[in-house]
Structures are given as C-alpha cells and as structure tokens.
Design a protein around this ligand. Structure first.
Ligand code: BGC
Length: 811
C-alpha cells in the first residue's frame, strides 16, 4: 500500500493521507536556521544547534505521536466547529488533504466546510527565520465567518534543560507583545543576547502567550479552550510555558481568498544594544525591518522563488537519465537532497535523533561529505577544516563535536580507531572535485588549541601514523573503543545495566584488532599514494603503497577465513566473524571495505567473499550486517549483542554498509548484482511496500529489520545516515561510473545486462560534461570527445569550454 506518490517534475513527494505509518518528515533551512517538519506540520526549529538553541518545543515519543509543531487552527464561527489546516493536532476528519514535501519546503493543503487552506513552510536563504505562507479560500457561495489561531510553543533554548530542569524553568519564561508580534525573551534579561519572534502580517484580534490559558486546564493541543470558545485571552506569560498564538478574524466573501503570513524568527542583538532606554524592553531596531519585509507577500514570494533557484542550481550539477525511474529519481532528486540534509544535520535532529544526543560526528560528517562535495565544494572545505581542527595531536579524533562551538565533545568518548582515517577520504574527495590542492597547506590547529597549528596535509599523515602506532598481535589495527561499527565494543565488558557502551572501557585494548580498519587503512593509504603522485611526491607515494601492501599481507595472512574476510579478533585473541564462531560467523563490513582497499582482487578472495555475502547475508530487503545474529548478550562483544536478533547492528540491513558491497561488485565487474543490491534498499523502489517499510519512501533509513527480526523489512531511523552519501557514491561513481579525479573526470560505467544506454550531465570544475553512454558491439570500450577517440577512461579538464560532449561506446 502506498500513502502518496512522487511528483518528479516538481521534485516533490505528495502524501495523500495524513495518518502515514510514521510521521513522514522534511527539513527547512540551509544555513543557520533549521526546522524539522512532518506531513502534519509536527516538528521544531532551531538556530545552528538543535540542542543549545532550540526555538520551539517538540515531544519525542509522545502519544499520540508527533506533537509540537507549526499549527493553524481554523474556526468556523457559524457552526462553532474547528479543525487544523494540517490535520494535526485536532485530527478532525478533513474533506481533502495533501502534503507536498519539496526541496527545502513543505506545503500542506486541505479543505473542510467549504474552506480551503494551503500553507507553505520554508526558510528564506540567508535569513534566520521561517515563513508560513497561509492561503485561505471560501469556496462556498455564502460569506464565511472565520477565526484563525496560530500556535507555537517556545522552547527555553537549551532543549535538554528544557526537558528536565522544571524547578527553574517554570519560573523564567518571559515574553513581550508588540502589536502583531510576540517576542520570546526568556533569559534575555541576563546572559543571552538573542530572542525569538512570532509575527503575523494581519492585524490581530487577540493573542495568547501562556500555554495553560490557551489550552485550558488538563487539555491537549487537540481541543484548546481558546479555539473552542473563539476568543483569545491576551495572556502574558510569566514563567510556566510561553507560547505564541495570534487570533485573526476574517469575513471571507464567496470565492474570496486571503493570504496571511506568519514569521517565526531568531534574532541576536549586539551586547550593548540589547534594550531600549528602560533597560527592559527588547531593542527592535534590528529585527523590525526583517519582520516588515517578510510579512509582505511579494518579498515572501521572491524568497520562495530564490529558494527554488538555489535547489535547482545544486540539483542540476549531476543529472542522469537511465531506463530505471528509481535510479533517476534518487540520483537527480532525493538522494542528492538527503546528502545535503546530512551535511546540515549530521546525526543531530530527526524524528529518531532528538537533537540533544549527538552533535556532528567526526566519522559521520567526513563520510557524508562524499555525497555533497560536488554540490557545495566551498562549504565542504569549511567543513573539512572544522573537523580537522577537532583532531587531536595523537592523530586520534573526538567522536563528535558541537556545531555551535565547533569543539570536540567527549560525551560519547574517543578512540574509535577508524575515525581519523575517514578524514583522508574526505580531503581527497574534495581535491578531486575542485582541484584545490591549496587546502593541503592550510594551517589547522589540533583540538582547536591556538599555537598547535599544522598543515592539513600533516593532519592526514597523523591519521595514518595513529593507526600504525596502534597495531595488535597480528599486525592489524587495534579497534580501540570500536570501529565503524559503534557497537562492536571489544574492550568494554560492560556488566551494569545502563552503562554506556561507548564510554566504558574495562580492559586495556592491546589485543582486539579490526579487519575493517585494516581494509580502510589500505583504502586510505592508496588514496594518500595517489594524492602524493599528484603533488609530485613520488617517494612518499611509494611509502604509502608499501604501507598499503604490508597491511594487505596482514589481512591475507590473518584476516581471511577461507570463504570471507574475518571481522575482528577480540580481547582474548579469538576470531569474530568466522566459521568457527557459533553466531556472528560472517559480517558485511570487511567484505566491502577490504575489496575497496584492493585486497583479494587478484587471488580470488574478493570473488569468494562476494559469493559468501550473497549466500549468507543477502535478503530480499537488503544485505544484513551479520549472520547468524547473536541470540544472547555477550560481555566480550559489547552493544552489538545487546540488540535483539535482526535489529540494528545485530543483523539488520544496516543500509550504510550495503553500498560498500555494491561498489565491490561493480569493481569486480558485476553490474547486475550491484544494481540488484542497489534496488533492494532504494527507498523509491520500496514505496510499493510502504506498509512494511513504514519510513518515508523518498529517503534512506539507517536500518531495515533483518531476516531474524519479527518485523523483517521494517525501516527505522530515516534521514540522518551515512547510507545517503554511500549509496550516491555507489550508483553515480561505480555503477554509472562517473568519478571526479585530480586531473579529469573518469568515466567507467558497468552496464547492467538489460541497460542499453544512459545519459549524464555532470558539472565538473565549471564545465558541463554531456555524456552519452551506449552499449555497442565493439571489442574495447571507447570514449569519444567531439567524435575523436581519446586514450583511457579519463576526460581531461576543459577549462575553456562551457559544455563538452562525450560519447562512450561500452564493449
Ligand atoms: C553512527 C555511525 C556508525 C554506525 C554503525 C551510526 O549510528 O552514526 O557513526 O558507524 O551507527 O554503528
């Protein structure tokens, strides 16, 4: 069963029923001001940091689900009936409903009692505010007598504190009301220099700013007293729970339409200009012009069209036309869009990430970059420098940092020994995309400590030496706290309920080794070698090749189990991911990453490993992480065995890892198998099983319950996952085969059997490459530029042309 459909022309997913299996969400904002919005207007907003600057309140894990949002109540004063234009929170049955999630905006249309409404939510580029453009139309032949009530609930800035520290919070709430603008200024009187405002383009009849006065005692958002009676109370919040609500009374003639704009914004004032002369009232000098501008329809429309142009410009950088609609839709629209969202959010705020748990992940963001670097190279550069500045002098990394402070945060620990190696993948991807070798000589501090600056290149070297200084008994990298798999905690031995697997380390980690990190090390050293080739450092390049080779030998000698790559050695030196194990005999991660690190390609190991993946791990819903799943908690393994079989790291289809296998398959020339795996987890291809998949059909989820799980096929944790970047890499770079390289654009497609041709438009270093790929009867794949055959598979850089036409005949 489906709950909507794709409108590819408008780059939208259209939801035609409000009670989707889970709230199906979208994001607003591209720079500093962000919002999360569901298909029924649930969600919240924040400035820069979902934890530290939360503007509005949201209730995770609430019943009914998805509470807290951007609500507009419509009251029919003739019948005294009221409803929500976005279905929630009243959940009144509507005559029609449609939600369109688009690129950076969400539009919800509905009708009831011959009143149509259409609200568009978006954040104008360059502004710290969101717009709700609300259109209401009377489609009856009578005059309609309507009252509208807007509603948001303010969060007292620090979302964690807001949800826990009630003994203080119930006392500190403060607001100011000035005509049709409600200001939220809790803590502004003391150390904050920022406030929020909620404005309305119309003259208002009344307002409310205290939640209890608006709702009435013991009532929920579905039945506010004020809406029921049709009369705002003009309440002024002192403490308790500040909200913003405007009342607007409207008489709409037959067929008359009215547009009303609400603006929710964030404003900082200079420290010495916080107040007016009375020392109490907010100085509105800076925010008033902004409010005035965005309560004007023309300016709002202009901002909306600028937003659309912005997304056009990003999404037109890589366009493909194949015979598979799911490939086209993902590459051209939704996968690229999701990549940008992971760029903005890392793992901080979604319907599954509370915005108070995790900041930006070191490893997460460096991998996410692989998916967005072609769209926003300058911002990718900034991100790389920010991340590198959190690297420690040892070469190790904080596992995460806070976006507001850009400082490493060890709340979830360090010593995830793979972390620093991902930096190499990110930096080399950036240089290949841009040709900006200059980034290598940028001075970057360690751990943000002034005086500790070193070149970015030396940061990369330290990432390598960090691994080399931490090798175990088999010459394989020590795993530390964990590697890519956060839940393989081999030095943890946690035996207390509630203890954090990510910060507990009960044993000294001198033995537990990771074959995954070994494979990643081969990958990263190969990248370093080719980087050095390109900066004329042949000797150093050789050093990296030798290091890669040595690690490869260690994997071949100690990391091979006969039919697949082992996963790890545990604290006691016992194998993990081996036939000898009772459970967890084979893991997906080393199979993908070792082959990507060029291990086993010439001696049959890669082929064997991929056959084993197919035999033991592949399922109709994707490739599971391990098999058989652990049925019991195992002290020596950590969090992985804490999950019931088939869930999360314990044998679900952990989607992030699937593209590694697709890439490996493509590298071994198995186009059909690569595409088959790609389509198994492609969200659009799973739309038809929305009842089973349950998450949004337009974006990847982190996990799909595995074969041992009772809910096999059910997805969870949509949006913020490295799955987005890696699937984009797998399909665009390895199946379609278009890869940015230091000195040109590589074209190396592997064509699935039933594909005859496809076309690609790829903007690369200011030139558009218009590429036609076609299967042909010839013996050797040939590339023609302007009908001239070129040597090899790399198109040189044409910086003197706007468009280059390329034709490829695939043997
Ligand atoms: C984390 C990743 C990690 C993955 C596998 C995700 O939740 O964000 O950093 O690699 O889980 O454990």
């Amino acid at each position: 069963m489906k709950y909507g459909y794709f409108d590819d022309k408008n780059r939208e997913y259209v939801i035609s029923q409000p009670d989707t299996p889970l709230p199906w969400s979208n994001y607003l904002g591209n720079e500093n001001y962000f919002g999360l919005i569901s298909n029924t207007a649930g969600g919240y907003s924040f400035y820069q940091d979902a934890r530290l600057r939360r503007l509005t309140r949201y209730r995770y894990n609430n019943v009914p689900t998805d509470f807290g949002g951007r609500y507009i109540y419509i009251r029919d004063n003739k019948t005294n009936e009221f409803w929500s234009s976005t279905w929630q929170p009243t959940r009144t049955e509507l005559d029609s409903y449609e939600c369109r999630h688009g690129m950076g905006y969400t539009q919800i249309k509905s009708s009831k009692n011959a009143i149509e409404s259409n609200v568009t939510y978006f954040v104008p580029n360059g502004e710290n505010l969101e717009i709700w453009k609300f259109e209401i139309k009377n489609i009856s032949d009578q005059v309609a007598d309507i009252s509208l009530f807007s509603f948001i609930e303010f969060c007292l800035w620090d979302a964690n504190d807001d949800a826990t520290n009630f003994q203080r919070n119930y006392n500190i709430g403060e607001v100011e009301i000035d005509k049709n603008v409600i200001y939220h200024k809790t803590e502004y009187r003391e150390r904050r220099n920022h406030f929020a405002y909620f404005a309305c383009s119309e003259d208002i009849t009344g307002f409310d700013t205290q939640r209890e006065d608006f709702l009435g005692r013991y009532r929920g958002f579905d039945k506010p007293c004020v809406v029921e009676t049709g009369k705002s109370t003009n309440s002024v919040a002192h403490g308790w729970s500040p909200i913003g609500s405007h009342q607007i009374n409207l008489k709409l003639k037959a067929e008359e339409t009215k547009t009303i704009i609400f603006v929710l914004g964030y404003q900082e004032n200079p420290e010495n200009e916080k107040f007016e002369a009375d020392g109490q009232t907010i100085n509105k000098k800076y925010c008033s012009p902004i409010i005035e501008k965005y309560t004007t329809i023309d300016d709002v429309d202009k901002a909306f069209s600028q937003l659309n142009t912005y997304w056009d410009s990003l999404l037109n950088i890589f366009n493909v036309e194949t015979q598979n609609e799911h490939v086209n839709r993902s590459v051209n629209i939704w996968n690229a869009y999701q990549n940008m969202i992971t760029f903005n959010m890392s793992r901080s705020a979604s319907m599954f990430e509370s915005g108070i748990g995790r900041g930006m992940g070191f490893r997460d963001s460096t991998q996410d970059l692989l998916g967005f670097v072609h769209m926003v190279p300058e911002r990718a550069k900034e991100r790389i420098l920010d991340i590198a500045a959190t690297q420690m002098e040892s070469g190790g990394a904080y596992h995460q940092y806070q976006p507001l402070t850009k400082r490493g945060n060890d709340a979830v620990g360090g010593n995830f020994n793979d972390d620093p190696l991902w930096l190499i993948l990110a930096v080399t991807a950036y240089i290949k995309e841009t040709g900006d070798f200059g980034i290598l000589v940028e001075d970057v501090p360690f751990d943000n400590k002034p005086g500790s600056e070193d070149t970015l290149y030396n940061h990369l070297e330290r990432s390598i030496s960090y691994t080399l200084e931490r090798l175990g008994p088999h010459g394989l990298p020590l795993i530390g706290r964990a590697d890519w798999n956060d839940c393989l905690n081999l030095n943890c031995f946690s035996d207390e309920p509630g203890q954090s697997f990510q910060t507990t380390e009960n044993r000294e980690g001198k033995t537990a080794e990771s074959i995954f990190i070994a494979g990643l090390f081969c990958y990263a050293t190969n990248e370093m070698a080719s980087l050095c080739d390109n900066i004329n450092e042949e000797k150093i390049a050789q050093k990296y090749r030798a290091l890669s080779l040595k690690m490869k030998e260690a994997i071949e000698n100690y990391g091979w189990d006969g039919d697949w790559f082992l996963r790890a050695y545990d604290f006691f030196g016992d194998k993990i991911g081996s036939k000898e194990c009772e459970e967890g005999q084979i893991f997906i991660e080393p199979q993908g990453i070792c082959i990507m690190g060029n291990v086993g390609k010439n001696d049959g190991k890669a082929e064997k490993a991929l056959t084993s993946v197919k035999e033991h791990l592949a399922s109709e819903h994707g490739i599971v992480l391990l098999h058989p799943a652990y049925t019991q908690y195992q002290l020596r393994l950590g969090e992985i065995s804490s999950y019931p079989p088939g869930y999360k790291e314990n044998g679900s289809v952990f989607c992030h890892t699937n593209p590694w296998i697709m890439i490996a398959e493509a590298q071994m020339g198995h186009a059909d198998q690569a595409l088959d795996y790609y389509l198994r987890i492609n969200p659009s291809n799973r739309e038809k099983i929305s009842e089973i998949h349950r998450c949004e059909p337009y974006v990847y989820a982190q996990t799909i319950a595995g074969k041992e799980a009772p809910s096999f096929g059910e997805a969870k944790n949509s949006w913020l996952t490295g799955t987005a970047a890696w699937n984009f890499v797998a399909i665009t770079q390895w199946i379609l085969g278009i890869r940015a390289d230091y000195q040109g654009l590589i074209i190396d497609p592997v064509l699935p059997n039933d594909w005859h041709s496809f076309t690609i438009k790829r903007k690369f270093r200011d030139t558009i490459y218009d590429i036609d790929v076609e299967k042909s009867e010839i013996e050797k794949t040939t590339i023609l530029i302007d009908d001239q055959i070129i040597d090899g598979n790399k198109i040189p850089i044409f910086d003197d042309r706007e468009i280059v036409k390329v034709k490829i005949q695939v043997a």
